[in-house]
Design a protein around this ligand. Structure first.
Ligand code: AMP
Length: 306
């Protein structure tokens, strides 16, 4: 099954205690697409400006990502984000966000992009997420990410968007804020109760503590792969989502059993762990599938007990 991802394609300027990089290739859709490309065909949709060129496109094309859905806006500037991290790499400060071509973005999905059986709505305005979801009529599995900005400013639309997908993938703090509940499990079950459809799932991303998968009657958690050195956590959440959703897409319509979802969580955690070892997309861009598999085996060993 192919995966369509709609979201930010960006230039990121990032400073961490270990160094800084100016205008690296980034964006939620880019991090997701690179991670998901290890499992299945990926179609990326999002706007870019005149400053986005062959150097950036080739990173995606090397991973066989279909870039025909990247909408070039003449005279426009690509979305730009600048952030900084202190010693606690779980919290970051956003210093600058320039929407550029993202302002007034109206996604136009090609026939191929509409027909993907799996769709990931990366963190964008929920009305746009809903319009994309409505275009994808063949979708068998849809997942969505969001952020505090949309919980604060577009809550009603966001709740509708969440109820139109099979899986919500969010940071733990945002999940608590969304449900107005302090407990992670309580907040996830609250979100699940908003829709009558069974079989939905919430994935709470916990930064360096891993991620938790909560369904109506199930719970699973996977730690982050233990690393001694973390350089830049930007995009780790989107890489996790790319590994998780990409793994599900590659299972060609098999039922989403708890076992399959748990394995997908392990692949998400494994890819995210590589992402944080270097700046931006640097590490994932030259990652190999056998390296991912090796970390999944290690994760299984580290978490198994009788
Ligand atoms: P993550 O670290 O997984 O939460 O995602 C980081 C990526 O999100 C960066 O590459 C940014 O370019 C992108 N990003 C930051 N702010 C926004 C925003 N307001 N809307 C969409 N994408 C964003």
């Amino acid at each position: 099954m192919a995966v369509t991802v709609v979201g930010s394609i960006a230039f990121d300027t990032v400073k961490t205690p270990f160094g800084e990089r100016d205008r690296m290739l980034g964006g939620a859709a880019v991090h997701f697409a690179l991670a998901a490309s290890f499992f299945d065909e990926v179609r990326i949709v999002g706007p870019v400006g005149d400053d986005f060129g062959e150097a950036q496109l080739s990173v995606l094309r090397r991973h066989n990502i279909d870039t025909s859905g990247i909408q070039h806006v003449d005279g426009g500037k690509t979305f730009f984000w600048r952030g900084t991290y202190g010693w606690d790499l779980n919290t970051r400060e956003t210093l600058e966000t320039r929407l550029g071509v993202f302002e007034g973005f109206e996604p136009k999905l090609s026939q191929d992009a509409r027909e993907s059986e799996v769709v990931f709505l990366a963190n964008i305005q929920p009305d746009i997420q809903r319009r994309v979801r409505a275009q994808c009529v063949e979708t068998r599995f849809a997942a969505l990410d969001t952020m505090n900005l949309w919980i604060d400013t577009a809550r009603e639309s966001l709740v509708k968007a969440i109820n139109e997908v099979d899986c919500l993938i969010v940071n733990d703090a945002e999940l608590r804020q969304l449900a107005s509940k302090p407990s992670l499990v309580g907040a996830a079950r609250e979100v699940l109760s908003w829709s009558k459809s069974d079989g939905r799932a919430v994935v709470a991303k916990l930064g360096e503590y891993g991620a938790a998968l909560i369904t109506r009657d199930g719970y699973f958690s996977i730690p982050a792969f233990p690393l001694e050195t973390v350089i830049d956590p930007t995009g780790a959440g989107d890489c996790f989502a790319g590994g998780f959703v990409g793994y599900i897409a590659a299972q060609s319509g098999k039922p989403l059993t708890p076992t399959l979802l748990r394995r997908a969580m392990a692949y998400g955690a494994a890819i995210a762990s590589f992402n944080v070892e270097e700046f931006g997309t640097e590490r994932v861009a030259r990652l190999r599938m056998d390296e991912i598999d090796e970390r999944v085996v290690d994760l299984r060993r580290m978490t198994a007990f009788n």
